[in-house]
Design a protein around this ligand. Structure first.
Ligand SMILES: *Cc1c(COP(=O)(O)O)cnc(C)c1O
Length: 320
């Protein structure tokens, strides 16, 4: 199995804001490539797993919050290929019953809950050594799956986007937009892009050190220079308010595509604002990457019902 075997669908979508301003919108459905592991997390995981297999690791260990898309993908995909998975989770063991982690446990993942102070040590060499001693057969993968190996998978994702765009839509995108957490996916996408393409990254959390991290990571590689990152946190990480939910529901109504509540919805919302403000040249072909993350909706159930009612929640679950 190779990343290029995944059937990455590129869809042309029509949204009134973009139509009015003469922008063609495309969306890369990385959320749909695999039934178990979602979106960019699969592309990031793949090279790590290849490496683990080649080097006879029997387990994969990583870090995440209680609703992490990465932990979910790691658990389910590892199980499907017969590798054991372990996760260091920030928070209390009561979280084990939430939808993300109960799916992970069902897939055989071992969970270790740690307090915030311990979790903060997730990049600390001594802490990692300790964990390695505790799990001697585990390949330790950083939070979000963001090892440098993951970069290769995301570079391949961009190559696949261009390839499938030409094949399915007969065009190449002028602009590619990506939601950023650690910025690893975006970095890979910048490396994999053609020199005439403009790459835009949308940071959904308030950690401005990410800008420098991406610059310094990219400085080690040959890459497309036309990239910009900008803030798109709309109040902070994982904050879903009525405005964002309305945006998501309106997007769903017009395109029949459900965005995730944490990453792609904020990126798309920011892109629409930029289109409204005429920041893109008329005639541009703008491709948005749907990087997945739909399982995170289960963690938003109560909030959705509180904000919009049971009926809306039911409508969302149809797409999960
Ligand atoms: C994790 C995630 C991202 C961000 O990926 P990074 O490589 O950490 O920047 C974007 N979209 C979705 C849906 C994600 O789950």
């Amino acid at each position: 199995m190779n990343l290029s075997d995944f059937n990455l669908r590129i869809e042309a979508i029509s949204l009134d804001i973009a139509d009015k301003k003469g922008i063609s919108l495309l969306i890369a459905r990385a959320d749909q490539v695999h039934p178990l592991a979602s979106g960019n997390k699969l592309y990031k995981l793949f090279p790590n797993i290849e490496y683990a297999k080649k080097n006879n690791y029997q387990q994969l260990l990583s870090f995440g919050g209680a609703f992490s898309n990465h932990i979910h993908a790691l658990a389910l995909y590892s199980q499907s290929i017969g590798l054991q998975s372990v996760a260091i989770i920030r928070g209390e063991k009561e979280y084990a019953s939430n939808p993300t982690l109960s799916a992970a446990v069902k897939a055989g993942m071992v969970l270790q809950f740690v307090d915030r102070a311990t979790y903060r040590r997730r990049y600390d060499k001594n802490y990692l050594k300790l964990l390695q001693r505790q799990y001697p057969h585990a390949l330790i993968i950083p939070e979000g799956g963001s090892s440098e190996l993951a970069l290769q998978g995301c570079t391949e994702l961009m190559r696949q986007i261009n390839h499938h765009c030409v094949e399915q839509q007969g065009v190449m995108p002028d602009v590619v937009t990506v939601a950023c957490g650690t910025g690893m996916t975006f970095s890979g996408i910048v490396i994999g892009a053609e020199s005439h393409q403009n790459m835009l990254g949308y940071l959904v959390l308030k950690d401005y050190s990410i800008y420098e991290k991406v610059d310094s990571l990219l400085s080690k590689y040959r890459h497309n220079r036309n990239y910009i990152m900008q803030a798109a946190d709309f109040g902070g990480y994982a904050k879903l308010d009525a405005d964002l939910l309305n945006f998501i529901l309106n997007f769903l109504k017009q395109t029949d595509i459900l965005l995730d509540p944490i990453y792609t919805s904020k990126m798309c919302r920011c892109v629409m604002q930029q289109i409204e403000a005429r920041e893109f040249v008329a005639g541009s072909k703008v491709l948005m990457v749907h990087s997945g993350g739909l399982q995170a909706w289960y963690g938003m159930k109560d909030r959705v019902i509180r904000l919009a009612g049971e009926e809306v929640w039911k409508k969302i679950t149809v797409y999960l």
